[in-house]
Structures are given as C-alpha cells and as structure tokens.
Write a protein that binds this ligand. Sequence first.
Ligand SMILES: [Zn+2]
Length: 74
Amino acid sequence: MGIKMEKRRTTDRRGWLMMPLRANVPDPGDGTWQLASCPECGRECWSRQLPEGFTEEMFEGRLCTMCALKAALW
Ligand SMILES: [Zn+2]
C-alpha cells in the first residue's frame, strides 16, 4: 500500500495512535484515510489504517495529534 510508518516493536503496548487533524491536513495523503472525530476534543481528524501486524489493542487508543501530544505530557 506504500504507507510509510515508523518502525515499532510489536511488544510495545503503550502510546496513542495519532490522527492528523483535518485543520492541519485538509487533503488526506492517501485514499485509506477516513474522516473521524477525536474522542477527546471532538475535532475532525483522519483515522489511518494500522500497519500490518498491529492491532488497536496494542495502543491505549486513538487521539488527534494535539490530544496525543497533551496525553504524552501527563
Ligand atoms: Zn483531540
């Protein structure tokens, strides 16, 4: 599919899946991105497909980039 993703160990279960804000990225980089809303702030953002071998259970959840950054600071 040609999606570039950072390498991540499959044993790593922490962290949030980041969804780029639509305000920052008006046009999705590829057709697999789906419009979603951040569960934290409700802003429109893009939900991206997980890389092969990863499941949602490996993460704490999905957040927009802003909320993910905030969550990382706490
Ligand atoms: Zn948010």
